[in-house]
Design a protein around this ligand. Structure first.
Ligand code: PEP
Ligand code: MN
Length: 360
């Protein structure tokens, strides 16, 4: 798949003065709920009204969506408010029903993107239509799998495309529900600068209090839009209660977000920016030098351990280093999460070095 301007034509044609906004409840619950939220969103920046009709739940027994009846409610939303509609599809039957009910934008959920069979089935079902299709990242941080799904749609002649960054599952505890791994979104942007990139801070954070910060980060990284779960009574929502915001809170978030320009031709700005970038280049170089030095020392430790036939992993020593570095990092304004991730990566590389020596 080549990068092409055609993929973003649907977005460019909207000529929006602000990022694209997709908002609405996690799940359609009742007709009243769906219409009530839509009424509150109709004269705001919201461009597409979202509602999950079929809900992929981690465990059985939770609310699994109202099913096809909800599509009628979305049709009513369009009639009564003029808002365009969006929902998740996970198989051919969903696509057929969504098309029948004239849903404007379909998205493929994170649990479906992981399955090439499902994505192909959806792509086949959509062939010959001109729907907008957005692909959520797969639950696992695999850029090829994510792009592979987009490619399957593209090969089925679906030209109005985009991706939604909703974060990734981890075994480790973190402050996020799904960790953002921003570098993946950045890499995707550099490979496909014209593929619209939407951020979903609701599923990344899992908590409404964190939605503003993640949204701002996304806009600072030149994302094209946001998908934010919005509910009239978030605490009593039938799914994802903790992360939904009220329509009023959504409007406030939109007002507070700073939309930064991608570039500014102003000379002074450019000069300052190049200067700071040059400094970053120098420091990055130093980081590599320092890490290489650290690995040389690890090699020395590997040689010693080999002589004495001692195990590579010394858990006590490792925990002591981590504790110290987290404190030191904190005193310099580095988050615990970052220091932990960085040192885990450094430690792994160090173990690899030592293993190589011990097994030589
Ligand atoms: C959703 O958007 O409600 C949803 C289920 O999202 P995801 O596929 O990202 O989990
Ligand atoms: Mn949800």
């Amino acid at each position: 798949m080549e990068n092409s301007k055609e993929m973003r034509s649907w977005l460019d044609e909207m000529n929006l003065p602000h990022p694209l906004v997709i908002a609405g409840p996690c799940s359609a619950e009742t007709e009243e709920q769906v219409l009530h939220i839509a009424e509150e969103l109709k004269d705001t920046d919201v461009n597409y009204y979202r509602a999950g009709i079929w809900k992929p739940r981690t465990r059985p027994g939770n609310f699994e969506g109202v099913g096809a009846i909800g599509l009628k409610w979305l049709q009513k939303v369009k009639e009564e408010t003029g808002l365009k509609t969006a929902t998740e599809v996970a198989n051919r039957a969903h696509v057929d029903l969504a098309l029948e009910h004239d849903i404007d934008l379909l998205w493929i959920g994170a649990r479906s993107t992981v399955s090439p069979f499902i994505v192909q089935e959806i792509a086949d079902a959509l062939k010959g239509t001109d729907k907008i299709v957005l692909v959520k990242n797969p639950v696992n941080p695999d850029l090829s799998l994510w792009l592979g799904a987009v490619e399957r749609l593209h090969s089925s002649d679906i030209k109005k495309l985009g991706v939604i960054h909703r974060g990734f599952s981890t075994y480790e505890k973190s402050k996020y529900r799904n960790i953002p791994e921003w570098q993946m979104a950045i890499e995707l942007q550099s490979k496909f600068p014209d593929l619209p990139l939407i951020n979903d801070p609701s599923h990344i954070t899992g908590k409404r209090e964190m939605i503003f910060d993640v949204s701002q980060m996304a806009l600072d990284l030149n994302f094209d839009g946001l998908m934010i779960e919005t509910h009239n009574d978030p605490d009593n929502a039938w799914s994802d209660a903790a992360q939904q915001v009220t329509p009023k809170a959504l409007v406030q978030i939109m007002e507070d977000l700073k939309i930064r320009k991608e570039t500014d031709q102003e000379a002074e700005y450019n000069a300052k920016l190049s200067n700071l970038r040059a400094q970053i280049d120098v420091i990055d170089h130093q980081l590599i030098e320092t890490l290489a030095k650290r690995m040389k020392v690890a090699d020395g430790i590997g040689t010693l351990k080999k002589q004495k036939n001692v195990a590579v992993l010394q858990t006590n020593r490792w925990n002591a280093i981590l504790g110290k570095m987290i404190l030191e990092g904190e005193s310099k304004g580095l988050s615990e999460e970052f220091v932990l991730r960085m040192f885990k990566a450094i430690h792994q590389e160090s173990i690899n070095h030592q293993e190589k020596i011990i097994q030589a």
